[in-house]
Write a protein that binds this ligand. Structure first.
Ligand code: NAD
Ligand code: GLY
Length: 348
């Protein structure tokens, strides 16, 4: 097992390895006194892993209860959150109790936000079961639900007290969900980890413990410098300006991971055109993206992307912060006037 400590506003360990679900109770007991444990999960994950987690928690003296929501982005909603909070209040969960989020980024974001507001905050453990959740959403404390006006518009920075990442759970992921996570793994390589990128080029599996640990370390290093996302943490948005626009234009038919892959290629291609990044690095990125089963080319024009990106509800200023690749493993933030986005992306 690899253990990585994140020292944010709360310090916590991220435990990564095989067979950890059955040790989750023992690991949780190191940071929590045995208490009632609400296991939040979804209807895909529950039949696979909820009983094993509940048994492990019960063995360690916790009193588990499983609460299942429908799978998918629709569960990151006010109504699902409301029902969950009411359930906890009816069952008289107290601040001494804990919420365990067992699942992908949807369950983690919903569970984390619920834990942050229930009784003004109760302990929260992330048990990620998708590749994306292992390398990204379970670490760093961003929690949120969606509003009608857009994604992740209500949320909180709320760090877990423990993350337990059992690599065995990744074996049941549908290939498309696994590929989506690969986009986020590649992202760390492009941002600032050329070694990680090389390991992937040399066929190390993205679900390998060494790869996941590197991603978590990379994210940890950024989160520790900028927990509240006002500076360097924005590097984690590499490819996301184009990705969010692409997802929106496709009516969310194009998955987030596919859109991030296209977004990384689009922004690196612009960077090459502006003479900022070697063309050979763009070729390497496209080759790796395709090898891991993701699309590289965005089907929308730069004009369409720019219009969709600039209508983002979270954007307020006349500028936007782009993550520009100067090469694999060498990204920097760049503030661009919003009306220059299309021209910047269009450069050939
Ligand atoms: P997800 O949680 O919807 O999971 C994808 C699908 O895989 C679901 O159908 C789920 O039921 C299923 N699944 C999960 N684990 C499984 C397993 N082990 N075996 C079989 N099926 C399994 O999607 P995701 O990609 O994990 O997360 C996406 C969400 O994460 C989005 O809402 C996004 O906004 C959020 N996110 C948050 C952060 C953050 O920092 N908080 C970062 C990135 C993404
Ligand atoms: N996933 C982006 C972040 O955590 O900041």
């Amino acid at each position: 097992m690899t253990k990585i400590t994140v020292r944010a506003s709360r310090a916590y360990d991220v435990c990564i390895g095989k067979g950890l679900l059955s040790r989750a109770g023992e690991l949780a007991k190191e940071v929590l006194s045995p208490c009632r444990a609400l296991i939040l999960t979804d209807d895909h994950v529950a039949p696979l892993y909820a009983d094993a987690l509940a048994a492990s928690l019960a063995d360690a003296g916790f009193v588990p209860e499983i609460y299942t929501v429908p799978h998918g982005e629709g569960s990151k909603s006010l109504s699902t959150l409301g029902a969950l909070l009411e359930h906890m209040a009816e069952r008289r969960y107290t601040r001494a109790d804990a919420l365990f989020a067992l699942g992908g980024g949807v369950v983690g974001d919903l569970g984390g936000f619920c834990a942050s507001v229930y009784l003004r905050g109760i302990p929260f453990v992330q048990i990620p079961t998708t590749l994306l959740a292992c390398v990204d959403s379970s670490v760093g404390g961003k929690t949120a639900i969606n509003l009608d006006a857009g994604k992740n518009l209500a949320g909180a920075f709320y760090q877990p007290c423990l993350v337990v990442c059992d690599l065995d759970t990744l074996s049941t992921l549908p290939p498309k969900v696994f590929a989506d996570g690969c986009a986020e793994v590649i992202k760390y390589g492009v941002i600032n980890d050329r070694t990680l990128f090389s390991m992937l080029q040399q066929d190390t599996c993205p679900a390998d413990e060494r790869i996941i640990a590197r991603c978590v370390q990379d994210k940890r290093d950024i989160v520790e410098r900028d927990e509240r996302d006002t500076g360097v943490r924005m590097l984690l948005n590499l490819g996301h300006t184009v990705a969010h626009a692409t997802e929106k234009l496709s009516g969310f038919e194009i998955s987030h991971g596919s859109a991030v892959a296209m977004g990384m290629v689009t922004i690196m291609r612009a960077s090459v055109a502006h003479g900022l990044c070697p063309a050979s690095d763009l070729d390497a990125l496209i080759a790796l993206i395709q090898k891991l089963g993701l699309p590289a080319e965005c089907p929308y024009s730069t004009a369409e992307i720019a219009v969709a990106a600039l209508s983002d509800k979270k954007r307020s200023a006349d500028t936007l912060t782009l993550v520009l690749p100067y090469g694999i493993g060498a990204c920097q933030l760049c503030v661009l006037p919003a009306d220059k986005l299309q021209a910047f992306l269009e450069a050939r």
